[in-house]
Every structure is written in structure tokens, then in C-alpha cells.
Design a protein around this ligand. Structure first.
Ligand code: FPP
Length: 242
């Protein structure tokens, strides 16, 4: 059986995958290295998986880079992560342009430092015309916050009389989410053996296939992505039907 009847190929018919990239800290600990090096290796894994995902023909990839709860981490770790984010955007934007990758950010990224917001806006603008794959990076993202903002948006439409409460449809909510113009989420992967969604894409994951692996994020490579997509390809998706 296949994820989408008769579909094979490297992505097994998956259009949009999302990844909770977990385990950088444990990867570093196992090697007696500082946590910061685990995050640095994590960025290398991001770079590789974005390339591979594009080559496999995925239309969109959403990566959980910084959650709205990650502000509770020690200040020096937050500053390491923000430094890596700055470096990543600056060093990879040319590659995005060359490889047809369109950058998108989900989450309340405008609350990040002003220089990062500027870099992100610039990268979004520079890659807006690319159409091979959309890379959506979740920054200062929490699914409950995203839903709250969507509900506020819909409520504002009701208030001005544009929409009747009874006429609110799932599409009004979905259309007000940060992921509005992305394809439906096919597969959600979490690395490092944790079995939680951690406030990631709660609405979008309604009918996604879930894939958990013990592999720590810095070790998640092409072979690991192929395994996850093969597992996706072997699932029978029923979307609530029989
Ligand atoms: C989880 O490891 C990782 C994160 C905090 C988010 C992922 C961040 C990166 C891959 C680096 C930054 C990304 C970009 C796009 C620049 P953890 O610290 O929770 O690991 P642990 O659970 O083993 O401690």
C-alpha cells in the first residue's frame, strides 16, 4: 500500500513534510562537546536536508527552529541559536536563490531582534519568486499562539460584519494560519525519540502521518529522510474514511 495510490518516487507522493528537529543537546553530550556545537551540527543537518528535500521534489518543508517556549532556555543558549540563525540566513540565501527555494517564516518572528527581522524580510523578498520548494522556518512559533492569532483575525471580520458567526468555516481558520498558502501537511517527523508534538502545527497535523525516530537531529541525513518517506509511502491514508 502506498501513501497516495500508485505513487512512488523518492518522496512517495508527499508534498509537504515538517520536522521537529530534536536532540542537538544530547548529540553534543554523548560526544562530550558543548551544547553550542550540537546546535552548530544541527544547522549543518538543516542545510543538507533542505538540499535533499528539494532534490526529492518536495513542495514544502517546515522546520521547527525556535519555539515560543524556547525563550525559557538559558540566555547564552538563546544567543547561540540566534547567532546560528543570523549566519544561516546570510550564508545560505544565495543557495536558496540558485536552487529555487522560497523562504517563508511561520510564527511571530517580528518579536526577534531587529537585525534578524531585517535579514529575514530581505531573504523572504529575495526568494519570493522561487517555486521549486518552500522552506518554512518556524521561529518564535507556537501552534496555540498561531491559532489564537487566526481566531482573532476571524473575530475581527465578524465584528465589522464581513462574516456571520454561523458562517465561519474551517477554511476561514485554515486561511488565517501562518501556513495558509502551503500544501496540506503529509508527514510530521520528530527526531530523538520524544513522542510529543510540543505545540507544533496542531491544526495542520490533523490528518498527517506521524514518524518518530530515535536518531538525534545532527545525525538525520538523506538515508534517514528516505526511511521516513518510505514509511509514509507504506501507510494507508484514509482521512477519516474507511
Ligand atoms: C533541539 O535540540 C533543537 C532546537 C532547539 C531547535 C533546532 C535548532 C537548530 C537545528 C539550529 C538552528 C536552526 C536554524 C534553521 C538556524 P535540543 O537542544 O532540544 O536537544 P536536547 O533535547 O537533546 O537537549
Amino acid at each position: 500500500m502506498q501513501g497516495v495510490a500508485g505513487v512512488s518516487g523518492p518522496a512517495f507522493g508527499a508534498r509537504h513534510i515538517a520536522i521537529i528537529m530534536d536532540g542537538n543537546g544530547r548529540w553534543a553530550k554523548r560526544k562530550h562537546l558543548p551544547r553550542a556545537l550540537g546546535h552548530k551540527k544541527g544547522v549543518e543537518a538543516v542545510r543538507n536536508i533542505v538540499r535533499v528535500g528539494g532534490e526529492m521534489g518536495l513542495e514544502a518543508m517546515t522546520l521547527y527552529a525556535f519555539s515560543s517556549e524556547n525563550w525559557n532556555r538559558p540566555e547564552d543558549e538563546i544567543s547561540d541559536l540566534m547567532g546560528l540563525l543570523r549566519q544561516y540566513i546570510q550564508s545560505d540565501i544565495e543557495e536558496f536563490v540558485q536552487n529555487g527555494v522560497r523562504l517563508k517564516v511561520i510564527g511571530n518572528y517580528k518579536a526577534l531582534d531587529a537585525d534578524i527581522v531585517g535579514m529575514i524580510d530581505n531573504a523572504i523578498e529575495k526568494t519570493a519568486g522561487n517555486d521549486k520548494m518552500t522552506l518554512a522556518v518556524a521561529l518564535n512559533y507556537g501552534a496555540q499562539d498561531e491559532l489564537l492569532r487566526a481566531v482573532q483575525h476571524v473575530a475581527a471580520r465578524v465584528k465589522i460584519g464581513e462574516l456571520e458567526p454561523d458562517a465561519i468555516h474551517v477554511d476561514h481558520i485554515a486561511g488565517a494560519l501562518d501556513t495558509a498558502e502551503l500544501p496540506p501537511l503529509d508527514l510530521l517527523i520528530r527526531t530523538s525519540g520524544e513522542l510529543r508534538l510540543s505545540n507544533f502545527l496542531l491544526w495542520q497535523a490533523a490528518y498527517s502521518e506521524l514518524y518518530f525516530t530515535d536518531t538525534l537531529w545532527p545525525d538525520f541525513d538523506k538515508g534517514e529522510l528516505e526511511k521516513a518517506l518510505q514509511a509514509f509511502g507504506s501507510r494507508e491514508r484514509r482521512f477519516g474514511g474507511r
